[in-house]
Design a protein around this ligand. Structure first.
Ligand code: ZN
Ligand code: ZN
Ligand code: ZN
Length: 117
C-alpha cells in the first residue's frame, strides 16, 4: 500500500510522486511538477522581457527617437512591427511586417527548441 498518492502534473500529464511538486499554492497554483515549473518560469522570464522592451520601443517611437521603417524582408509599410533580436537592447530592432515577423518568431522558436536541452 502506498503511503502517498501520486499526483498528475497538469503540464506533462505524468503521475509523479508528491515530492516532485512544490506545495506552495502561490508559487504553484496549477499543480505542475517542478520540472515543468522550471520550464514555465524560464518562458515567463523571456515573456516579461519581451513586454518590457516593447514598451520601451513604443515610448521611443512616440518621442520620435525612432522612426518605423518598411519591412526589411518585403518592403511593406503597413502593420510593420519592431522585432527584437536581443531583448536587452530594446531600441535595437528589426522592422518586419506581420507576416515576416511571425515567420521570424517561428524560426527563432525552432532554434530555441533545438538549443533547449
Ligand atoms: Zn510536469
Ligand atoms: Zn515583410
Ligand atoms: Zn519579434
Amino acid at each position: 500500500m502506498k503511503g502517498f498518492k501520486d499526483k498528475k502534473c497538469k503540464a506533462c500529464k505524468n503521475d509523479l510522486p508528491l515530492f516532485m511538486f512544490k506545495e506552495n499554492k502561490d508559487v504553484n497554483p496549477d499543480k505542475i511538477c517542478n520540472k515543468c515549473l522550471r520550464t514555465a518560469n524560464r518562458r515567463k522570464y523571456r515573456y516579461s522581457k519581451d513586454v518590457a522592451s516593447r514598451q520601451i520601443l513604443a515610448i521611443a517611437l512616440k518621442a520620435g527617437h525612432l522612426i518605423k521603417q518598411p519591412c526589411e524582408e518585403c518592403g511593406q509599410v503597413e502593420g510593420v512591427d519592431g522585432h527584437h533580436p536581443d531583448y536587452d537592447k530594446p531600441l535595437d530592432v528589426i522592422w518586419l511586417c506581420r507576416l515576416h515577423h511571425a515567420r521570424e518568431h517561428v524560426r527563432l522558436r525552432k532554434l530555441l527548441a533545438e538549443s533547449d536541452v
